[in-house]
Design a protein around this ligand. Structure first.
Ligand code: ADP
Length: 218
């Protein structure tokens, strides 16, 4: 599903990624751990096509994404990739339902089709009676679940999550972990998760550590 070959990235004199190689098969949940500043977020942003690498190759779902032009890349990202961040970036003037619909609207799906799927997802995530609430009327855990539903809206092939539980207490973290496992079982998505949470890492199929600009097996 994801294949990265010899990925390099520097910020001025700081070489952050030093030839990272990675393959993530379909349906695999991979966690990446490592010290703060090791380059985990940098790698996740490159794998998620949000930032360019200096050098290297990257295939996602068989597509050489580094060859895509800006518009094609934006469409590819909207349809194939879901992002979950520590801070959920929900739009505060919109309801939970509307926030979840946005990726479908970008893809020009009809409002009716989008709302049916968004309602199903919010139901799946235990938010059936929160559809019309705005983010500031939801708890932190509920907001994060809305963000998860939004990430799943276009049935992405892969979910990239950067410290998804970084802002949650242990009860909400555990709930989110259980949701990830259900998603993997029910939808067969691949996950790449950057986390400090060793419980979450422990639930993954595979854990790699970012160290000295490379990914190493534990
Ligand atoms: P991690 O996610 O493992 O904590 P990051 O990928 O965020 O690490 O950062 C790796 C290193 O790159 C850090 O030393 C950080 O300060 C540096 N860095 C990250 N982004 C930038 C940037 N946009 N400009 C300059 N340096 C950056």
């Amino acid at each position: 599903m994801i294949k990265a070959v010899q990925v390099y990235k520097s910020y001025e004199n700081l070489e952050v990624l030093r030839g990272v190689n990675l393959e993530v098969p379909e349906g695999q949940m991979l966690s990446i751990i490592g010290k703060s500043g090791a380059g985990k977020s940098t790698l996740l942003h490159i794998l998620g096509t949000l930032d360019p690498a200096d050098r290297g190759d990257l295939w996602i779902d068989g597509v050489n994404v580094l060859k895509l032009k800006q518009k094609a890349l934006a469409d590819f990202r909207n349809e194939k990739i879901g992002f979950i961040f520590q801070f959920h970036y929900l739009l505060h003037e919109f309801t939970a339902l509307e926030n979840v619909c946005i990726p479908a609207y970008i893809k020009n799906d009809s409002r009716k089709k989008a709302e049916i799927r968004a309602t199903e997802l919010l139901d799946f995530l235990g938010l059936r009676d929160r559809l019309q609430h705005k983010p500031n009327e939801l708890s932190g855990g509920e907001q994060q679940r809305v963000a998860v539903a939004r990430a799943l809206m276009n049935k992405p092939k892969v979910i990239f999550a950067d410290e998804p539980t970084g802002n949650l207490d242990s009860v909400n973290s555990n709930e989110l972990h259980q949701f990830f496992l259900r998603l993997k079982a029910d939808f067969g998505q691949s996950f790449v998760i950057v986390t400090h949470n060793l419980d979450l890492a422990g639930l993954s199929d595979r854990v790699l550590t970012m160290q000295d600009g490379l990914l190493i097996d534990n």
